[in-house]
Write a new protein. Structure first.
Length: 155
């Protein structure tokens, strides 16, 4: 029979391992959300794109425009996909191992996501807040920042 101390250590190790498995599964779900976002954008599907966001999501574009709520996100992207951004493809990468996205859990059901992104030739850094709602992950916030050289003396 194991000592109480050893049994406690074994239980802690088992729980830690279980927690790591859950965290790993949740991280995969968040990366899948990024992949689904890219697929919906690349298909020009405003409904599928907006469905990845919470009902009350905040969405800030690279030029500072703010949309509030899934309905507004869908409406604005329906216009963009039919007009000025028709046929564009996102170049973001949801693969953490290539530096494309990182996921940091702030709470079990909330993650901060930082991702490379942008349209071809227009690199961006995109930050998201992902939340789990009813066993499904969605984005509650989105902020797109265009990468630019910092002005300074010539090199």
């Amino acid at each position: 029979m194991k000592s109480d101390r050893r049994a406690t250590n074994d239980l802690a190790e088992e729980c830690g391992s279980m927690s790591d498995r859950v965290r790993s599964r949740d991280e995969l779900h968040v990366h899948r959300l990024l992949q689904d976002m890219t697929a919906a954008w690349n298909a020009g599907d405003a409904t599928a794109y907006a469905d990845l966001f919470t009902e009350d999501a905040d969405y800030v574009t690279w030029f500072g425009s703010h949309s509030s709520g899934r309905e507004a996100i869908e409406e604005s992207h329906r216009f963009l996909f039919a007009g000025p951004l028709k046929g564009t493809k996102l170049s973001n990468s949801a693969a953490a191992d290539d530096g494309g996205a990182s996921v940091r859990f702030l709470a079990p059901d909330v993650a901060f996501v930082l991702s490379a992104g942008g349209l071809a030739g227009q690199a961006s850094v995109v930050s998201f807040t992902a939340v789990r709602q009813a066993e499904r992950w969605r984005f509650a916030s989105f902020q797109n920042t265009r990468k630019q050289e910092i002005p300074g003396p010539p090199r």
